[in-house]
Design a protein around this ligand. Structure first.
Ligand SMILES: [Fe+2]
Length: 415
């Protein structure tokens, strides 16, 4: 009888604990705003990227709550809210469906091509139905043959709560205030904690909607974006050049040019052997004077990820200037390195490659890892960070800031 009573009490305690956990999850979920609109065909998670030539084209991707809503893109030259004229480009988006943890959604991908270089455009996306058009956003195509570019680097927004993504939104706001002339953003991966968490993606885009609807957000797949070889959610949110390694998940390895810089994006989570071969061809094939590689797990970060160490030989051979990395959730910048060693001042023939990890842009920070011989700067300030990279002629300036607007590191690379 006494045993029975104990069992009942333990059972009741377990039940209360389960209800408590479920209740907390429910509260957490109900705090998630996301940005899923009530109107079935109204775009959300709208993001622009480069797919073709940045001087002549621009790509746009968005979701709709109604999986089979139509998707249209309307683009007009100049600063206008009028999309009625005959000169307006009307492009029907490619349409697929995706099953998410909050229902089946429509995925729409459209690309405006044949644009003029260095020109301001206005656009909107929608289903074509009244009341189902996005706001009007603007973008400017790249100048033809420009020798100047500014880009922003952020990494590991990696949120799981509405608050996490407010932090990320604040980081990107501050980055754009600090570098208002930025032409694009490179995000080094781990966008969200759980790739199946649709509300997380909605919060990710919802907190930066005005920015990423205008300025391309070029994605790198992290270990929280591609899990067990699958990256369907990640791939569904972006369209990037279709020029990557055979066998990689769509949109996880690719390269693109902007003005004087060639940017190569690698996927450190799978298909490394084929990517290595592809990387050689990719870097051998560019005539751009500046080369940046973006990858999630670091070759030289707070620690080294063994599986990607061989890539450094290729970076040496093809004179990669800067490697943007993520994953470590701390700040690190290497000395210029060549053949695994620090390039001494005055070694004119070897200019070396600098490897950075720009802390995290969301709420998660790791304890600072041990200092290594290659670290020139290495710290953990437990603050969201971003970097601005400006290339002008023979000079690249990399500046890392915390979210309060303090510049914490700067390096100038000279050709
Ligand atoms: Fe991460």
């Amino acid at each position: 009888m006494k045993d029975m009573k104990t069992i009942v009490i333990i059972g009741a305690i377990i039940l209360v604990l389960i209800l408590l956990v479920l209740g907390m999850e429910w509260i957490k979920a109900s705090q998630r705003t996301g940005n899923v609109p009530a109107a079935a065909g109204l775009p959300y998670d709208l993001v622009t990227t480069f797919k073709g030539d940045a001087a002549n084209s621009r790509a746009f991707t968005w979701y709709t709550r109604e999986p089979d809503a139509e998707g249209w893109l309307e683009v007009a030259e100049g600063e206008t809210d009028d999309f009625t004229g005959p000169e307006v480009l009307r492009i029907q988006a490619d349409h697929t469906r995706i099953r998410t943890d909050s229902g089946v959604r429509g995925v729409h991908k459209a690309e405006a091509a044949g644009l003029q270089p260095g020109t301001l455009y206005s656009y909107r996306a929608g289903s074509g139905e009244e009341g189902e058009w996005s706001g009007v956003y603007r973008f400017t195509t790249a100048e033809a043959d420009s020798g100047v570019v500014t880009l922003i680097n952020v990494t590991d927004s990696q949120g799981a709560s509405a608050h996490d993504f407010q932090l990320w939104g604040h980081t990107l706001d501050k980055a754009l205030q600090t570098f208002p002339d930025s032409q694009f953003i490179v995000h080094n991966g781990d966008f969200v904690e759980e790739p199946e968490d649709a509300a997380a993606w909605d919060d990710l885009f919802g907190n930066v909607q005005d920015i990423v609807a205008s300025i391309p957000l070029m994605p790198v797949a992290g270990n929280h974006d591609e899990v067990d070889g699958k990256a369907a959610e990640f791939s569904s949110h972006f369209q990037v050049p279709d020029n990557g390694a055979d066998g990689s998940n769509p949109g996880t390895s690719y390269s693109f040019d902007y003005g004087p810089v060639h940017v190569t994006v690698l996927n450190t989570e799978s298909n490394l052997k084929k990517q290595t071969e592809w990387l050689k061809h990719d870097l051998a094939g560019t005539d751009k004077p500046w080369r940046i590689v973006a990858m999630h797990r670091p070759v030289y970060g707070g620690n080294m990820y063994k599986k990607v160490e061989d890539l450094a030989d290729i970076f040496d051979k093809y004179k990669v200037d800067l490697v943007l990395q993520g994953h470590n959730h701390e700040y690190s910048r290497s000395y210029p390195l060549y053949d695994g060693q620090i390039v001494k001042d005055g070694a004119a023939k070897r200019r070396g490659t600098v490897y950075v990890v720009t802390n995290a842009s969301g709420g998660k920070f790791n304890e600072k890892k041990e200092d290594q011989f290659y670290h020139q700067v290495h710290f953990q300030n437990d603050k969201q960070m971003f970097a601005g990279i400006t290339i002008s002629g023979e000079r690249l300036t990399y500046q890392a800031y915390d979210v309060d607007g303090r510049m914490l590191d700067e390096v100038i690379l000279q050709h």
